[in-house]
Design a protein. Structure first.
Length: 232
């Protein structure tokens, strides 16, 4: 039984990942920021432990880890997005995007590393996006953060590998979560048609990829695309 810490765990990909790891008997802690009702319901459903935490704040992450006795697997799912023209992205929105999507990983990984070094093993999984791989019109800020996540993950794989710590990344495509809530049915259908597999993805598709990487002992520094072939 592994101890798994999942950020952004109250909804979407994070919640699906909580369910999958809890279902196989792992001890799961998940972070959430505001969705108290969802977190409570997920706790009751899965037996996982929710911890209110703003990953963008170092003190909040530090306090959250004080409640966790051990970490074997860290999965960084917390993230936000914004759609719009680049010139309409305010400095505040740009900073918030990087604070959550990149600095949030920085804070959580720094807190988890001492656990991993003590046991000379560990697994870090990050969540990027296909837009972090190829860029995206009208999502430049989001794509920039997700490109940074890929570079950070690969760098950590090289730096932490000698200590038995694996670091991998999943890059989802169009996934039917709250991030797609602003898209109308016509747009979603068009995106599905552009996908070779003929559909948009689900949170469970991504959770399955995360579990694969968690259980792959000789895989590190990889970016696993979960996009149905949208980007190849």
């Amino acid at each position: 039984m592994a101890t798994v810490v999942i950020t952004g765990g109250s909804r979407g990909i994070g919640a699906a990942t909580v369910r999958r790891f809890a279902a196989r008997g792992d001890r799961v802690f998940f972070f959430y920021e505001k969705a108290h009702d969802r977190a409570k319901a997920l706790e009751e459903e899965t037996g996982a432990t929710g911890i209110c935490c703003d990953v963008a704040r170092e003190d909040s992450v530090r306090e959250a880890f004080l409640q966790i006795p051990q970490v074997d697997i860290l999965i960084c799912c917390a993230g936000i997005s914004q759609v719009g023209l680049f010139q309409d992205v305010t400095p505040e929105a740009w900073d918030r995007m990087f604070d959550v999507n990149v600095k949030g990983i920085y804070h959580t990984v720094r807190q988890a590393i001492p656990y991993f070094l003590k046991q000379q093993k560990g697994c870090i999984l990050t969540l990027s996006s296909m837009w972090g791989q190829v860029g995206a019109s009208c999502e430049a800020a989001y794509a920039a953060t997700k490109g940074a996540v890929i570079a950070l993950t690969k760098s950590l794989a090289k730096e932490l590998g000698p200590s038995g710590i694996r670091c991998n990344c999943v890059a989802p495509g169009v996934i039917l979560t709250d991030m797609c809530a602003g898209f109308d049915r016509q747009t979603l259908d068009a995106l599905a048609e552009e996908t070779p597999l003929g559909r948009n993805g689900t949170a469970e598709d991504v959770a399955g990829a995360l579990m694969y990487l968690a259980d792959a002992p000789f895989v590190t520094g990889e970016v696993l695309s979960v996009n149905g072939g949208f980007v190849i």
